[in-house]
Design a protein around this ligand. Structure first.
Ligand code: PLP
Length: 459
């Protein structure tokens, strides 16, 4: 264990995988260990490597570990309708007993799901492709965009994460800029991160959407100059996830999209984290910003834990995509996945989960704001619906990040039976993305645990 903390093993997860039972985990590592760990593996890594929870069952917003202890899941962003929802379980069993095959053949479920998904989207977003993860979906979206514009140049937001394949790491500053990463590829430009709490950035004097979008224009110039390309794909989440749960200033994406489209570029919305009703007031994150993307990427909640991802593009872009008619993916669009996707949409609509996300989310944000009055560690509270974050600082004036404190708070609430995590470039943002079945009763459990942790860690 000491070797892991002190950084001698480059990948603590590897050790856990090789010999998980040989670890004696100290649930309360002394501060000295935590310091060594954050220095040795970098401030942006989650602090909970060697304490990885071993879970055996899920029920609604709860996860149960191998000792039978129940944990309230306040962060698992893949199960919008709750762990092991009976209707999802039933859909898997029913379809698995009848047919599962690949995209060599059409199946009715694929056609139905495609209709249901595209009916949820605005504008001309009508052509759906099915894959198995968010990474694959982003890969395909970029491939469609690049084929259509005939260029590889891509503008991304700082600290964005779009997946873990080689191609996605290339466009994910969160990955390639970190320790163990590599130089920024020359076909990628990074636009300054639009963060109202930590901005303004690089000479931008106002925190309006338009001011931030000027940086996207600068990146379009830069990527064009470097690659000789006349157009670029622009890919962005609609609320920044690993960038720290940052809600962009109003009008930001609209102004950024205008810049990109004026150069003939394609706008891609990565809705892997913020789609499917989580933000509460709208079904898609991009609707918060009043934009209609050219391509929408979906993952995580679309299958509620079952591996599924999707890309929806306009017919115009799909027509440019050389392999469009023959797009083949061994498991993408398989009938079991499609049955799951349909069940998830039925549940979100049938159980009013989007409205619930708004109600519970607003309640949580209001309670977090109240905590700011009592706990000086709370620097900023932000989010929409059940997609929220609390940025912790040691000093509200200098905004010095409280990174170590954030890690201790995650540990503290876990000891009280609540699961959360940290994010952001400074790893000082507590993030909350519970299943959308989270109600006030669950929110109160989280808030009570958080109050106790803030009181102890902030003392
Ligand atoms: N895009 C975003 C915004 C994500 O947060 C993630 C995963 O965390 C991905 C893409 C990749 O999805 P997956 O892990 O399903 O490949």
């Amino acid at each position: 264990l000491w070797d892991v903390w002190s950084g001698i093993c480059p990948d603590p997860n590897l050790i856990l995988r090789l010999a998980p039972e040989s670890f004696i985990v100290d649930p309360n590592p002394p501060a000295k260990l935590m310091d060594r760990r954050s220095k040795s593996i970098g401030p942006s890594l989650s602090i909970s490597y060697a304490e990885k929870l071993k879970v055996v069952r899920g029920e609604g917003p709860w996860l149960i570990d191998h000792t039978g202890r129940k944990y309230l899941d306040a962060v698992n962003n893949i199960t919008h309708v709750g762990h092991c929802h009976p209707k999802v379980v039933e859909a898997i069993a029913r379809q698995a007993a009848v047919l599962n095959t690949n995209t060599r053949y059409l199946n009715d479920l694929m056609l139905d799901f495609s209709d249901r998904l595209t009916a949820k989207l605005p504008g001309d977003l009508k052509v759906a492709y099915f894959v198995n993860s968010g990474t694959e979906a982003n890969e395909l979206a970029l491939r469609i965009a690049r084929t259509a514009i005939g260029k590889k140049s891509t503008v991304v937001l700082d600290w964005a994460y779009h997946g873990n394949s080689g191609g996605m790491v290339d466009i994910s500053p969160y990955k390639f800029k970190r320790k163990g990463g590599y130089p920024q590829p020359d076909f990628v430009e990074i636009a300054e991160f639009p963060d109202p709490y930590r901005g303004p950035h690089k000479g931008m004097s106002e925190a309006s959407g338009r001011a931030y979008a000027a940086d996207v224009a600068r990146c379009l110039d830069a990527v064009e100059a470097k690659t000789g390309s006349g157009a670029a794909a622009f890919i962005a989440e609609s609320i920044s996830g690993v960038g720290g749960q940052v809600v962009y200033p109003d009008g930001y994406l609209k102004a950024a999209y205008d810049h990109v489209r004026a150069r003939g570029g394609v706008c891609i919305a990565d809705e892997v984290q913020c789609g499917f009703g989580r933000v509460g007031s709208t079904f898609w994150g991009f609707e918060l910003q009043g934009v209609v993307p050219d391509i929408v990427v979906m993952g995580k909640p679309i299958g509620n834990g079952h591996p599924l991802g999707a890309v929806v593009a306009t017919p115009e872009l799909a027509a440019c995509f050389a392999n469009g008619m023959e797009y083949f993916n061994s498991f993408g669009g398989n009938p079991v996945s499609m049955a799951v996707g349909l069940a998830v949409l039925d549940i979100i609509d049938g159980e009013g989960l989007q409205a619930k996300a708004l109600e519970t989310g607003d309640y949580m944000l209001a309670r977090f704001e109240e905590m700011a009055d009592r706990h000086p560690l709370v620097g900023d509270v932000r989010g929409r619906g059940l997609f929220s974050g609390i940025e912790l600082v040691r000093d509200r004036t200098t905004r010095e990040p409280a990174t170590e404190e954030a890690g201790r708070i995650v540990n503290h609430i876990r000891q009280q039976g609540v699961l959360a995590s940290t994010d952001g470039p400074l790893d000082n943002v507590l993030k909350f993305k519970p299943p959308m079945v989270f109600g006030r009763a669950e929110a109160d459990i989280l808030i009570t645990a958080l109050e106790a942790a803030l009181a102890e860690v902030g003392a």
